[in-house]
Design a protein around this ligand. Structure first.
Ligand SMILES: Cc1cc2nc3c(=O)[nH]c(=O)nc-3n(C[C@H](O)[C@H](O)[C@H](O)COP(=O)(O)OP(=O)(O)OC[C@H]3O[C@@H](n4cnc5c(N)ncnc54)[C@H](O)[C@@H]3O)c2cc1C
Length: 445
């Protein structure tokens, strides 16, 4: 295995400019004791620690930027430590994926209900650190909602147990200081490995309930009408088990469907109520699966011309911006065109739940966008486009999912992480909170 294979991640492989010579050690611990030894080596030599799970994080936070660092992978920490079907939890090491956990749980009639599309490669430690979830977050919440507590090791080798109620530590002074700061699991969620290394998680598991689900398609004349339909589902707490939007798609990949549209799955008995406010058309199983497949393949297809390019992940339309999507999307498209980009596809999870940088829950549409990249644009120019879109979204009341906005650029999240790092100490993934992160990000696009 080459060093490059260890340092880069799935999508973070876009980080062309990583300085591999600055990786001073690569560790695959199996136990907390191994983790402590690796951190001690980093601390003694003044190196940063970069935790890494499956390497599927979209902001490339598991690469460590260009800092002198050790890489610490959780991929050998894959033990299931305890399962309680009665109380509804599982204790696991951080390197297991949801698919691996569910392969053990499902024969028992239980399940961990956290399902990012990357659930076969993303680890539970990484998913909590990015607060991931799938197209069922609307019903089942994100990773933080499904985590009871985590055990972590800090840069100076102290141990923390963080839950929704607060924090405990083997060091009473540290516990008192962090309690004063009000640290909870919300701070670990989406912290991108900046606080410490997660060595164990206690996760919520629930029985798998059998229900008859049916699938439908709803087409809309414009974005506003689609946004209003999603808003209606959120207000009514509709039992949507799976919901996807395709807001726009390049004509080369449409295959006869007509965006903007929603693909929905829900219990059969809910259909008549849903029909009262959304004009849905029932799909047979094959057609429903075909549409899901088109949506899943959409980001992977190249248009006939140009280079398709993942410009931006996770616009978050909620409340007012959800009900008035037309204006917002028109403005974003105008901005894209002024940067010579051609819109290729916009699609996403809806209705969806995510958390804003200040940890308040938001409900709406998490939308991803692919564009056609013009020849000759530099990474720096494209990064500027991304940052301009972030600014535009802020001014329009659209709040991108924190993973995709990067913590350093999210004032509420970054100031909270800095506040906690003043107590816990720096040393973990420092590059993320550094403005120089721009240089690394510009190599990403
Ligand atoms: C094809 C594809 C589909 C995707 N679909 C979705 C989706 O549907 N929903 C979604 O939310 N995301 C999705 N993602 C994004 C990605 O899967 C998530 O960000 C995932 O949660 C990251 O997990 P990971 O184990 O790969 O972490 P990594 O990428 O290895 O790391 C992510 C962050 O977590 C930190 N970290 C990892 N392990 C630890 C640890 N033990 N202790 C402390 N910090 C740690 C790293 O330092 C880094 O900051 C997708 C990605 C891909 C490539």
């Amino acid at each position: 295995m080459k060093l490059r294979d260890i340092a880069i991640g799935a999508n973070a492989s876009m980080y062309y400019r990583l300085n591999f010579k600055k990786i001073r050690g690569v560790y695959y611990p199996r136990t907390e004791t191994d983790v402590l030894a690796a951190i001690a080596f980093a601390r003694d030599n003044g190196y940063d620690v970069t935790p890494k799970g499956g390497g599927s994080g979209l902001s490339g936070a598991c690469t460590g930027g260009d800092t002198d660092r050790i890489m610490m992978s959780s991929l050998q920490m894959t033990e299931m430590l305890a399962i309680s079907k009665d109380i509804g939890y599982v204790d696991v090491q951080p390197g297991l994926t949801p698919d691996e956990i569910n392969a053990v749980l499902e024969p028992m009639g239980m399940k961990l209900f956290v399902a990012p599309s990357s659930r076969d490669i993303a680890t539970v430690g990484g998913i909590l650190s990015t607060d991931g979830g799938g197209n069922d977050t609307w019903v089942n919440g994100t990773m933080r909602d499904n985590t009871i507590k985590v055990r972590m090791v800090t840069y100076d080798g102290r141990k923390l147990t963080v839950s929704h109620e607060g924090v405990k530590s083997d060091d009473p002074d540290l516990e008192a200081e962090l309690t004063k700061k009000g640290m909870t699991i919300h701070d670990v969620a989406s912290s991108h490995g900046t606080l410490g290394f997660i060595t164990e998680l206690k996760l919520v598991i629930r029985p798998v309930v059998g229900e008859t689900l049916v699938g439908s398609l709803a087409e809309f004349p414009d974005y506003d009408t689609l946004g209003q339909a999603v808003d209606g589902m959120i207000k009514r707490e509709s039992p949507i088990r799976y919901g996807e939007t395709i807001v726009m798609a390049h004509p080369d990949v449409r295959e006869g469907f007509n965006p903007p549209l929603l693909i929905l799955q829900y219990p059969e008995e809910y259909e008549s109520e849903l029909k009262e406010f959304v004009d849905i058309k029932r799909l047979d199983t094959d057609e429903f699966e075909r549409l899901k497949d088109i949506r899943i393949k959409l980001p992977k297809r190249n248009p006939m011309e140009g280079v398709q390019f993942a410009l931006f992940e996770g616009y978050g339309f909620h409340e007012e911006s959800l009900r008035n999507m037309q204006h917002t999307l028109d403005e974003i498209d105008t901005l894209l065109k002024s940067h010579d980009l051609v819109p290729f596809g916009k699609y996403g999870h809806a209705p969806s739940k995510w958390y804003l940088g200040d940890n308040t829950a938001a409900y709406g549409i998490i939308m991803h966008s692919r564009e056609i990249r013009p020849e000759g644009k530099t990474g720096t120019e494209l990064l500027q486009t991304v940052l301009d879109i972030v600014e535009k979204c802020d001014s329009l009341g659209v709040t991108p999912k924190p993973e995709h906005k990067w913590p350093f650029d999210d004032e509420a999240k970054s100031s909270r992480l800095n506040e906690l790092r003043e107590v816990i100490g720096p040393g973990f993934n420092s590059f993320i909170l550094d403005e120089a992160c721009d240089d690394v990000l510009s190599s990403m696009v």
